[in-house]
Design a protein around this ligand. Structure first.
Ligand SMILES: [Fe+2]
Length: 262
């Protein structure tokens, strides 16, 4: 059970850029939003999972954010305790800081899918330990707490996956449920008003309603407590049913480009 009310947190969140925000805490397991270095309509969220003394960075991010994210993490735990970084797809905004992270902490494991792992070598190194999510779709902390990796094929890349933290029941959804929004809040309160901001991102970025429905089928039995996208605001429990329905009915990509073809 989360002791943190995400909507109340959003109301009291005055300095939204500068400090990490604790989103979930239960015993030795905690989740943080790491902040963004500057206001932007296309802001990129990085998250940190802390389990005991172990830390996992969700999305290492781009080079321009590296120093900011590094300093944000240092407010929570020593960088030497960072044991891995999860990369859900090869976009530069999600991956281009990996060499900086590995220089800082060469022991960090890269947790990603095979094609993304191959592409990462173009940043100039092959020298890392790799957790292949296609072969091992679960990550276990020393405590026994687990992360599940759920494929999200073609959303937007062939091997894209999402992350389900089984302790908090929070879903790190990558580009799914991402939004473009200048006047943003940390947490979505009014989902109807948020739909336009989602559609600015979704309509020309995802391939089709079929791919969205396929993903929804995979997560239909999960009792989600929150959805944490890579871009845009966090979707709390009270809006999750609306968020699922939004994707279920969304027509996008080739549905719109080739409306006559089925
Ligand atoms: Fe993205």
């Amino acid at each position: 059970m989360n002791s943190i009310d995400l909507i109340a947190l959003s109301h009291s969140f005055d300095d939204r850029n500068g400090v990490p925000a604790l989103l979930f805490q239960q015993d030795h397991h905690a989740l943080y939003w790491l902040g963004v270095p500057e206001d932007s309509a296309f802001r990129c969220n990085c998250y940190l999972i802390v389990d005991g003394e172990e830390g996992i960075l969700i999305y290492p991010g781009g080079k321009t954010e590296f120093e900011f994210i590094q300093s944000s993490i240092e407010k929570v735990l020593p960088l030497t305790n960072l044991m891995g970084m999860i990369i859900c797809q090869p976009d530069p905004d999600e991956t281009s800081a990996i060499i900086d992270w590995l220089k800082l902490n060469p022991g960090m494991k890269i947790i990603t899918a095979p094609r993304t792992n191959t592409k990462l070598s173009h940043y100039g190194s092959l020298d890392w330990s790799w957790h292949n999510v296609s072969e091992e779709p679960v990550f276990s902390f020393k405590s026994g707490q687990k992360l599940d990796f759920i494929p999200a094929p073609f959303l937007p890349c062939s091997e894209t996956f999402t992350i389900f933290d089984k302790t908090s029941r929070f879903l790190f959804s990558g580009d799914l449920w991402s939004a473009i929004d200048m006047d943003w809040k940390l947490v979505v309160e009014n989902f109807a008003a948020h739909e336009l901001k989602l559609s600015l991102f979704h309509l020309d970025y995802f391939p089709s309603n079929l791919t969205l429905k396929g993903y929804l089928k995979q997560i239909r039995n999960l009792k989600l407590e929150a959805i944490l996208p890579r871009h845009g605001s966090i979707i709390p429990l009270k809006n999750i049913s609306f968020a699922l329905e939004y994707l279920n009915r969304l027509r996008c990509g080739i549905d719109l480009i080739y409306p006559d073809l089925r």
